[in-house]
Design a protein around this ligand. Structure first.
Ligand code: MN3
Length: 382
């Protein structure tokens, strides 16, 4: 029987690539729910092609347009932030791909886990903000969280069949982004256009800026800690500019496993959808002769302060990762709107971490409150 999939964020970079995966394996997967924040036109086009049970257009201004286009096709149309969460209860959904941007993924993901759905996790911010809450709930409900982030998918692929063997160390690879090797001085006046030009991956704007500042790797450290139940000192970040090794795991005998391939997000998406089966593809294959050198270097956390900040908040715990995430989302937005410079992104985050009060054991309400408070403060700072 085909697995029924809900895609949260179907019009974004991960969402559209997930649909490409489904196009190639339409006998194995069926689209049950599609959702979009603003892109009504693409959502309508996707709904006409995949005939989901329902769609959600989060921005209510576009509701009527989507409704008018899909009503005659018997596709239910909902709107608003709350619908994103309530559709997660639908019995017919098997797998939820969480491809929303940032904090907005938290509540729908919690509801999906509560409702017993398998999670294909592309929204790392959810685990950054509330990793303990999420992983506890998933354990209680017996829900699998399958990583879609390429590094975490790589780690997962390394430990499949090794579940009884403890991990000694995780090596998270980072491309280093477009500004690898630059000094602080050189970063002072880099432009938005330069920051949006990632050398290896074609991704959404928010994650591309996060890659340039190396915050993305910081968020991934926290994501890995929760996904694989390791401590921070078991996670090492190494810069690997070719992005061919997607990450590595070292076991207690000293042996190391790596997962390699061309950078292509369709692979981790498909591995999560098909798990434990590997589905046949005709995607381009890696050719060693085209990559005579795979190189590695230590990350520069002096210049790329965000990575150091992420390690700090991860070790402080409580609501600090939530504060870091909220401040980062606003600061990145501020940089994209050319209201602050590249290096000021870290200033905004550091400032928020100092000024928003620390909560050692936050519950969901505390996270919602800390997120709100931090956003307000960060907006004042940019
Ligand atoms: Mn990644």
């Amino acid at each position: 029987m085909a697995r029924k999939i809900a895609i949260l964020g179907s019009t974004g970079s991960i969402g559209t690539q997930a649909l490409e995966v489904i196009d190639k394996h339409y006998d194995k997967f069926e689209i049950e729910v599609l959702t979009a924040q603003n892109n009504a036109d693409l959502l309508i086009e996707q709904a006409k092609k995949y005939s989901p049970n329902c769609v959600v257009i989060v921005n209510e201004d576009h509701y009527q347009k989507v409704f008018d286009a899909l009503d005659s096709l018997q596709i239910k149309v909902y709107s608003g932030e709350k619908s994103l969460t309530s559709v997660m209860e639908m019995d017919s959904i098997d797998i939820v791909l969480t491809a929303l941007v940032g904090y907005s993924g938290l509540l729908p993901t919690l509801k999906a886990i509560e409702s017993g759905k398998t999670i294909a996790l592309a929204n790392k911010e959810t685990l950054v903000v509330a990793g303990e809450l999420i992983t506890k709930l998933a354990q209680e409900k017996g829900v699998n969280i399958l990583p879609v982030d390429s590094e975490h998918s790589a780690i997962f692929q390394c430990i499949v069949g090794e579940f009884q063997n403890p991990i000694e160390k995780i090596v998270l690879t980072a491309s280093g982004g477009p500004f690898r090797g630059k000094t602080k001085n050189q970063l002072l006046d880099v432009t938005k256009a330069q920051a949006l030009k990632h050398p290896n991956w074609d991704m959404g704007a928010k994650i591309t800026i996060d890659s340039a500042t190396m915050m993305n790797k910081g968020l991934e450290v926290i994501e890995a800690k929760w996904l694989f139940g390791v401590s921070l000192d078991q996670i090492e970040v190494i810069v690997h500019p070719q992005s061919i090794i997607h990450s590595m795991v070292q076991f207690e005998d000293g042996s190391m496993k790596a997962q390699l391939g061309l950078p292509d997000m369709r692979l981790p998406i498909q591995f999560a959808f098909g798990y434990p089966e590997r589905l046949k593809t005709d995607y381009p294959r890696f050719d060693f002769s085209e990559y005579p050198q795979l190189t590695f270097e230590k990350p520069d956390i002096e210049t790329f302060r965000n990575l150091g900040l992420a390690f700090e908040v991860a070790s402080n715990g409580g609501n600090q990762p939530c504060i870091l995430n909220a401040a980062n989302e606003i600061a990145v937005q501020g940089f994209l709107e050319e209201r602050i410079g590249f290096l000021e992104i870290s200033d905004v985050i550091e400032n928020c971490l100092k000024r928003v009060s620390y909560i050692r054991t936050p519950d969901l309400e505390d996270f919602v409150e800390s997120d709100k408070e931090t956003r307000a403060l960060a907006l004042e700072l940019i």
